[in-house]
Design a protein around this ligand. Structure first.
Ligand code: Q9C
Ligand code: ZN
Length: 348
């Protein structure tokens, strides 16, 4: 399987995130992608390629123009507020919530940041835009490779994407790579595409982007939002709206869920994906379902990830893998490549 690797990922390197009233070191670190890359090389999964330059029009199919403008200029605007800001990352501290207005965009950068962010855990840095943009091109390149006939492709990039919506960032995510991959397949002419999100956290950004669309089916297996991040979306009764009614499937599971039970949900999700009759599958591949993950609550073991790959291959769809979360850094490479190798063995 070919891997499109984001060589610019290290440009995004947040220092601290806010957690329960304190600044703690970021969980979403560059070493994550490094470990996956070395495991791919060590186990000879296949070619590692740089992405093709991509048409920025794809971005406009998923994200709001004003949000993209905000992201592109955020760091310069942050430093323009106060030159001393260049020494620390940007985080929001005020939100247009609870009856406040979000229709008038403030000029003040700190306020605009609150307009576009939904948490205080996602530091925006000098290289965030450059890293995220190159990551988007990895996702689009992987989609195009699959459109052109490959059985599968892997986009290995950070920051991750599935929490980012049409006009918001959060959960360590800025541009929604999985949504961009799905859109790239649609733009090339596929009529129906499915996204299956197996990250521990609900893909609230991806759900929001496609919630009213009948052409992209979204299914997610995740920690129950009653106790797990992102808390405010991902319940089982969210099934789509308007033209998208029936095209959204949430399978929340309690903290502590192990592979046997999780796999039943995976098979159910895949059945629903196939009922949609998609021409391709995009997998939001988070590995934070691992028992050793420091911020998550499922109990999958490293060997289980082979079976995950086999189950995904059994759907028999052209498949684009998009790297999302996973914070047990030392085991991340093994767990990710176990999925991809399990897929390849079963798909052959
Ligand atoms: N101290 C992804 O997996 N913060 N995002 C949790 C940790 C948010 C995870 C608190 C977790 C976001 C892509
Ligand atoms: Zn996650």
């Amino acid at each position: 399987m070919i891997t499109f690797y984001n060589h610019a990922h290290t440009l995004h390197q947040g220092k601290m995130e806010m957690f329960r009233g304190q600044m703690v070191p970021c969980f979403e670190v560059p070493a994550r992608a490094d470990h996956v890359l070395s495991e791919i090389v060590a186990r000879r999964l296949g070619t590692v390629a740089s992405p093709q330059p991509f048409d920025p029009a794809v971005l406009a199919g998923i994200h709001d123009p004003a949000y993209l403008q905000f992201l592109e200029h955020a760091w310069d605007d942050w430093v323009a507020m106060d030159p001393a800001n260049k020494d620390h990352d940007a985080l929001p501290s005020v939100w247009p919530n609870h009856g406040l207005r979000s229709d008038v965009l403030p000029e003040n950068f700190a306020a605009r940041m609150g307009r576009y962010a939904f948490d205080t855990g996602s530091p925006l840095t000098s290289g965030t835009w450059a890293a995220a943009l190159e990551g988007a091109s990895c996702a689009v390149s992987a989609a195009h490779h699959v459109f052109d006939g490959a059985r599968a492709a892997f986009s290995l990039s950070r920051p991750p994407g599935h929490h980012a919506g049409s006009d918001f960032f959060g959960g360590y995510c800025f541009l929604n790579n999985a949504a961009l991959a799905a859109q790239a397949l649609r733009d090339r002419g596929m009529e129906r595409v499915a996204i299956l999100d197996i990250d521990y956290h609900h893909g609230n950004g991806t759900q929001q982007i496609f919630y009213q669309r009948p052409d992209v089916f979204f299914a997610s297996i995740h920690g129950d939002p009653r106790t797990e991040y992102p808390f405010f979306l991902g319940h089982a009764d969210e099934t789509g709206a308007g033209a998208g009614v029936g095209c959204n499937l949430n399978l929340p599971m309690p903290r502590g869920t192990g592979f046997k039970v999780w796999r039943v949900a995976l098979k159910h999700a895949l059945r629903r994906v196939l009922e949609f009759r998609p021409q391709a599958l995009v997998v939001s591949l988070g590995l934070d379902t691992f028992e050793g993950d420091p911020i998550s609550g499922f109990k999958l073991q490293s060997a289980d990830y082979y079976a995950v790959g086999e189950d995904l291959a059994a759907a028999d769809l052209p498949t684009v893998f998009i790297f999302e979360g996973g914070y047990a850094v030392a085991q991340l490479g093994v767990n990710a490549v176990n999925v991809l190798e399990g897929f390849e063995r079963a798909a052959a």
